[in-house]
Design a protein around this ligand. Structure first.
Ligand code: SF4
Length: 177
């Protein structure tokens, strides 16, 4: 199986990449996260995915879309916003898999206990079906803490907020930083 690993950020990539490498799964990375705002945060997370991937010998394709206006103008609820956000990224990951001959795709979003896991699972399956590829579902959450610890030891940047400008503002309000 040739697998595409959608990578949302470096710390969340550590555990899934380790598991896949240890199990001998053939995979490549894919960075497509137009939800990361503001611009300097986007650059920082992208650079850290690059740093991590180079260290681990993972080939990654980067798509540098940046869509802050989409989130700023989004009028729906918090749940609807996350649905839109996951859909955008998983749709592109599924399409990229199809276009580049991957058998299936998965996402490092599945490692975080802070994400809406069941929704990601549902949407992954939906876009896989739409593009005629597989969705490699796996609950990576048991390795979240271990992955974060390894990311710390590797000196990778670990963010304080989920990604979009609204989560950035919420975090600033909460922590004052
Ligand atoms: S909170 Fe996270 S998952 Fe939800 S819209 Fe913002 S970046 Fe996307």
């Amino acid at each position: 199986m040739k697998l595409l690993l959608h990578m949302c950020c470096a710390p969340c990539s550590v555990y899934p990449a380790r598991v896949l490498q240890e199990e001998g799964v053939s995979f490549e990375g894919f960075f497509y996260n137009p939800n990361i705002h503001p611009r300097d945060e986007f650059i920082k997370r992208r650079e850290n995915v690059e740093k991590f991937s180079l260290q681990k010998g993972i080939r990654v394709s980067y798509t540098d879309d940046f869509k802050q206006d989409v989130w700023e103008n989004f009028k729906g609820s918090g749940d609807e916003r996350c649905r839109m956000c996951y859909s955008l990224r998983l749709d592109r990951a599924a399409a990229f898999s199809k276009e580049h001959g991957f058998d299936a795709f998965t996402t490092t979003l599945l490692v975080s206990p802070y994400q809406k896991h069941d929704l990601i699972k549902e949407l992954g399956g939906k876009f896989a079906e739409r593009y005629g590829v597989g969705f490699y579902y796996r609950d990576f959450r048991p390795g979240f803490r271990q992955g974060q610890q390894e990311a710390k030891e590797m000196g990778l940047y670990r963010q304080r907020f989920c990604g979009c400008i609204l989560s950035y503002n919420e975090s600033k309000q909460r922590t004052g930083k």
